[in-house]
Ligand binder design. Sequence first.
Ligand code: EPS
Length: 382
Amino acid sequence: MLRYWTAGESHGKSLIALIDGFPAGLKIDEEMINRELRLRQGGYGRGGRQKLEQDTVDILTGVWQSTTLGSPITLQVVNNDYKLERLKELERPRPGHADLTGAIKYLGSIRGVLERSSARETAVRVAAGALARQLLAVVGIETVGYVVELGAMAIGAADTRSKTIADLRELRDASSIYCVDPSRDKEAESYIDRMADEGDTLGGVIEVRVDGLPFGLGTHAQWDRKLDGRLAQAVMAVQAIKGVEIGMGFEAARRRGSEVHDPIHHDPELTHLPHLGYIRPSNNAGGLEGGMTNGQSLILRAAKKPISTLRKPLDSIRMEDKQPHRANYERSDVCAISAAAIIVEHVVAFEIATALVDKFGGDSVAELKARYDLFQTMARNR
Ligand code: EPS
């Protein structure tokens, strides 16, 4: 079973991901992980912290001569802005953050809660997901995440289905806001600037696409192993995410059945592909039927609320006497939707890798690949 945990505070010494059950025999590309960490730090509208950090991964355990051993892997991202011991308590909880609820639940400080609930933790989730993507690449699975809405502004390109993951990645990487239509960048930037001037923040919607999926990752047989459920859990657990949709999502509820479900065709010329020649003229299911991948691309969208720390703070109280006061302001971002595109892509990648290992085995990459190939042959003859 492939799984991971994270540890670390936003201004502590470092952040850690501990990955258990990762197959042996994968040659690791550390620079690829660092590239994704740099992307997570970018995007228009981020705050001062990213100027202080140059996130890079240290691989502390589980790897020998750049190759995974099958033993637990520890990934570390060191915080340049380590200052936890010097930081003071916050007195006025910030609405939208874990501040008030956490301090009451743990009968403790707001500082102790905000340091762990901070989205800084997502640095090591991206590192773990980048490693997972290297495993997915062994069987030709590719991922990308990009911004499709910024606040009230739709910035998704209309024809993404006809584009490859490499095309989308190239467009995304050319965009300051990480959308796939860079011609909208300037408009997006001035929208974010306006929010900054007004002391406000912005959220948005990101889309993740995964190509090259075989049939049958996840299962219909038990609720807690349905892949759509697993993905929703992982994505909802990203800081500030308030909603997850797969395929047509909520819109499917408003349409009749014949407009929603994807007809099944077969092209005998295409049986060598992961979809084994089963062609679907539409992909409203977003690549999942019955909690299992159906050979089509996975399409997942996540809604991110605006950052909760406001330069023009909302009403709050002072914890000491419960008297009304404006909420605390701590250095923060105006908009982190671009970072969310990278983060959600990587948490999705890790869940797909988990389902891959569940189906094809997790001792070694060689065995996993052999079993994958055998399954494709057997499934082709089904
Ligand atoms: C973040 C680092 C944080 C914040 C942001 C995300 O750094 P600092 O608090 O030192 O400025 O910029 O966190 C939040 C906005 C949040 O609400 O937690 C990062 O590296 O992603």
